[in-house]
Design a protein around this ligand. Structure first.
Ligand code: AMP
Length: 591
């Protein structure tokens, strides 16, 4: 296809406001693309390479301005291009405002110097294939002088462009195509052009991440060909994403939830192929959530894979920074390592990272996207040779992420407590039956919502712990003031005593051992009476607590219960008179 034809079609698409019409125009351009179908299917989306390839043109805007300026003639400088850009705000419009052609120089001949059989050279019609091949050559240029080489190549292309061609070339090069063609439009257009069901196209896109290849297979091999497309070790797929959600909703919808710790690190997808013989090396690739290749920045992950894995796999997980005891460090630490290109070994001495995996997309030749989560997790456990499971020790992580399957809110609460105590972000709730949907932010994965509102409650009781926590007070009974917030009450200065407080729940979650020790010291002086493990406390201390919901409940004297209460802080600045009232609780519940 001539690049001029592509530019015409792109202009028509850009001018079309209606989504359905856009799909139809994309369908037409795909049908007419013939041998250039793969390239055209990517170009319409503003992509030069498949989405899974980390490869980029690696050319800065300035080089592009310079290439445009040179092709535009001797009296145009890249400053002029930038000035125009500042005026009109869009590089395509700027490129289209010049007359190109006829500039002589090295680059004028290099573009078009390909094996496609076209004569090439200035004056010939530019084809989409020539554009693609020149941009591929440009992307591959490395080392000293490569930026000049890139600019030369680009100049060669602009020099052969009409204004309209230049508009879309400039946008393509700077990843600013923006003609209104989304991924859904290309998917639907492929389906319509080659008469294959949309679901088949969608699935093939998920496993291959390449609109070009999917379009070609749909045309040449139909649905059978699309169905035969599989995940490939080494080719990243889009990560499944999570929504915010509550334990209550998760259990209501799924009956049982898969519960995991939510690690505070960076998402990674590991692709590994073990060595085939003593002479060959294993191949490992690590990719970010955006499918960027981050292998070189994370040698620990590569070492872990080489040591542990014995079959080809694709695993989904998180890379977490840890301290000398193996406990997780905050997200900011991992950022010092992630994507780093230089001094990796040096920085590695300061910040250690470990991979932890929670999903298995492919193992030993089997694609597992369609399998339920629990099956994938079983496979993950086998792949990581973790048949017994690691010791359940939240503060020490590597390898397998544990998964609990439960319908018991109390158990979820204690998993959450353990996660927080171990220094993790909290928990993830997953539908145990759900398949893996690349790129989807669906309801099947939920990160527990952070608490939006908190309540200041008076601590009116507690329980002595068990085992290693026997000397600590835990499980604190929470109460609110029974009265209202009226001025009258405040001005009368009536004191809060146990008669004027109503219980609303107990909090045991979100408290570390260290904190428990501190709280025990704080509360012990106020013990009014003890009965076995149970302790009554004089109302003196106020806790700020988060919660998921306020429910009516016969269990507590207020008639309400906080669902999933979580300890946030001691309100040293407040006495019980300043704690929240039943009235506020009711107002929050209504809201
Ligand atoms: P967010 O970034 O807040 O949308 O939360 C989702 C992210 O949490 C995922 O993309 C992962 O990077 C991360 N994460 C940590 N632990 C898990 C886990 N057990 N399962 C899934 N995602 C996790």
């Amino acid at each position: 296809m001539e690049f001029a034809t592509f530019a015409d079609r792109a202009a028509a698409i850009e001018a079309e406001p209606a989504d359905l019409e856009i799909v139809d125009l994309v369908r037409a351009v795909l049908e007419d693309a013939d041998a250039d179908l793969e390239i055209v299917a990517r170009f319409v989306q503003g992509r030069v390479f498949p989405a899974w390839r980390s490869r980029t043109l690696d050319i800065g805007p300035n080089s592009c301005y310079e290439a445009i300026a040179r092709a535009a003639g001797t009296n145009v400088g890249s400053d002029d291009v930038e000035d125009r850009l500042a005026e009109v705000g869009e590089i395509g419009e700027v490129a289209a405002s010049y007359e190109f052609g006829g500039q002589q120089g090295l680059g004028a001949f290099t573009a078009g110097n390909d094996d496609s059989g076209s004569a090439g050279g200035a004056g010939d019609e530019l084809t989409v294939r020539e554009v693609f091949e020149t941009l591929s050559e440009l992307a591959a240029a490395e080392g000293s002088g490569s930026q000049d080489r890139k600019t030369d190549l680009l100049f060669g292309l602009f020099n052969r462009c009409s204004s309209e061609e230049a508009r879309y070339l400039a946008r393509l090069v700077l990843s600013e195509m923006r003609i209104g063609v989304g991924e859904g439009a290309v998917r639907d257009a492929i389906s319509e052009a080659f008469d294959v069901p949309v679901e088949g196209v969608e699935r093939a896109l998920q496993v291959s991440n390449d609109y070009g290849e999917v379009a070609r297979v749909a045309r040449d091999e139909g649905l059978d060909g699309l169905d035969a497309m599989e995940l490939e070790v080494g080719r990243p797929v889009q990560a499944m994403l999570a929504q915010a959600g509550t334990v209550t909703d998760a259990l209501e919808e799924w009956e049982e939830a898969a519960v995991e710790w939510k690690y505070d690190g960076a998402r990674i997808q590991l692709h590994h192929r073990p060595a085939e013989s003593d002479e060959t090396a294993p191949e490992t690739g690590v990719f970010s959530r955006n499918m960027e290749d981050v292998t070189d920045a994370l040698p620990e992950v590569v070492e872990y894979a080489d040591e542990t894995l014995e079959e080809p796999v694709i695993l989904d997980g998180e890379v977490v920074a840890i301290d000398d005891d193996g406990a997780p460090l905050p997200f900011q630490e991992v950022l010092k390592r992630f994507r780093r290109k230089h001094d990796v070994e040096k920085v590695r001495e300061d910040v250690t990272v470990r991979p932890v995996f929670f999903d298995c997309l492919h193992a030993g030749g089997d694609d597992l996207l369609e399998e339920p989560l629990t099956t994938r997790h079983d496979r993950l456990r086998a792949v990581l040779s973790d048949s017994d499971g690691p010791e359940v020790n939240a503060a020490n992580i590597e390898g397998l992420s544990l998964l609990w399957r439960t319908d018991d809110p109390e158990e979820i609460e204690s998993i959450d407590a353990e996660a927080l105590e171990g220094g993790h972000e909290g928990i993830m709730l997953k539908n145990p039956e759900s398949t893996y949907s690349p790129g989807r932010r669906g309801k099947h994965w939920r990160k527990r919502k952070p608490d939006v509102e908190t309540l200041d409650c008076v601590v009116t009781g507690a329980e002595w712990g068990e085992g290693r926590r026997a000397t600590f007070l835990g499980t604190f009974e929470l109460s609110v003031r029974a009265g209202d917030d009226s001025e009258e009450r405040r001005s009368s200065g009536s004191a809060v005593n146990s008669q004027t407080l109503e219980t609303v729940g107990k909090v045991a979650t979100g408290i570390t051992d260290e904190k428990l020790e501190e709280l025990t010291e704080l509360l012990e002086p106020y013990i009014a009476s003890e009965d076995g493990q149970e302790v009554d406390l004089e109302p003196e201390v106020v806790f700020e607590v988060g919660y998921e919901e306020i429910q009516t409940s016969p269990t507590y004297s207020s008639g309400y219960a906080l669902r999933f209460p979580r300890f946030q802080a001691v309100r040293h600045d407040k006495d019980p008179e300043g704690a929240d009232s039943l009235e506020r609780l009711e107002r929050l519940r209504e809201a």
